[in-house]
Ligand binder design. Structure first.
Ligand code: CP
Ligand code: NVA
Length: 309
């Protein structure tokens, strides 16, 4: 049994195995309906319990479909339906979830809650987004980039423009170390990645550059990423933060600094950090990016169940 909490905890070879498995499985399903089960039925009879302490559209649907396509089933819980919210202890709840379910996916507003659940669970736990990490999203985005560019991400230059101290960029930084790709970050001075994370990346031979102008970061890149300026976990003055990012919108001018065939990615949902023009352009691959969540979640589940071939 394996947990999936942060990209940095997982070995390079396991991360690569997940991507390879997702590619094979996606190809094999071309003629299948959405609820038909993969021919090898690898998680037959298994139950994934998923719980969301925050809103979710894509993660919720993709994990549901992922476990169904692998032959299992999903139960989605809201925290207010459990006694946990009303005083039952986390260790007792973890014991019960481990008795009734075979894997637990949690989207939470607390990183320490994930660690606590991990401590008390005897089934795999998957981080479906926490304040500091969104590992399933980023691994899926690497899959999408390689699918579109048809080469290893280690040969590409990736750019992130926007809030650079949030869950998605944290996981992207960790991924840049694990997969060895160049990462340019463009953000206002006060919204740079956390020092601890950059130091960890540096120690592990990262190829990260941080700029305080979006054009400089975008120059010559193959992929331009952004994310909402105000994340679900942000306890900030929203108007001030939005104002601070006025010069960091991904628009056609920013895209013109990237390579001609550069693609635009966004985990969604979106705000004003990307212009409508870029979002709806040929370069934008956001719908393919969202769909791929299903395939990569499946291989993440198989990794957790130690069933990756
Ligand atoms: N990108 C993402 O995680 O989407 P949801 O918040 O809709 O799950
Ligand atoms: N950074 C965003 C990602 C949403 C999928 C948030 O945490 O709200």
């Amino acid at each position: 049994m394996k947990h999936f909490l942060n990209i940095r905890d997982i070995s390079k070879s396991d991360l690569r195995k997940i991507i390879i498995d997702a590619k094979k499985r996606k190809k094999k399903r071309l003629k299948l309906n959405i609820l038909e089960i993969d021919s090898d039925n690898p998680l037959k009879g298994k139950l994934l319990i998923q719980m969301f302490e925050k809103s979710s559209t894509r993660t919720r649907l993709s994990f549901y479909l992922a476990i169904r396509q692998l032959g299992g089933g999903a139960l989605t819980l809201r925290p207010d339906e459990l006694h946990l919210a009303k005083g039952e202890s986390l260790p007792d709840t973890a014991k019960i979830l481990s008795t009734f379910g075979n894997a637990f996916m949690l989207r939470t507003d607390s990183d320490s809650k994930l660690r606590e659940f991990k401590k008390y669970m005897s089934i795999p736990i998957i981080n479906g987004l926490s304040p500091t990490s969104h590992p399933t999203q980023v691994l899926s985005d690497i899959f999408t980039i390689e699918e579109i560019k048809k080469k290893s991400i280690s040969k590409l230059e990736i750019c992130w423009i926007g809030d650079s101290n949030n869950n998605v960029i944290n996981s992207l930084i960790e991924a840049s170390v694990k997969f060895g790709f160049k990462l340019n970050i463009g953000c206002p001075e006060n919204y740079k990645p956390k020092k601890e994370l950059l130091n960890w990346a540096k120690k592990n031979n990262s190829k990260i550059k941080v700029y305080n102008e979006s054009f400089k970061a975008a120059k010559g890149c193959d992929v331009i990423f952004t994310d909402k300026v105000v994340s679900m976990n942000d306890k900030v003055n929203k108007n001030k933060k939005l104002k601070d990012f006025k010069k960091f919108q991904v628009n056609s001018k920013v895209m013109s600094y990237a390579k001609k065939n550069a693609i635009f990615l966004h985990c969604l949902p979106r705000g004003k950090e990307v212009s409508n023009e870029v979002f709806l352009s040929q370069q934008s691959k956001v719908w393919q990016q969202a769909e791929n969540r299903i395939y990569v979640q499946k291989s993440i589940l198989l990794y957790c169940f130690e069933k990756l071939r």
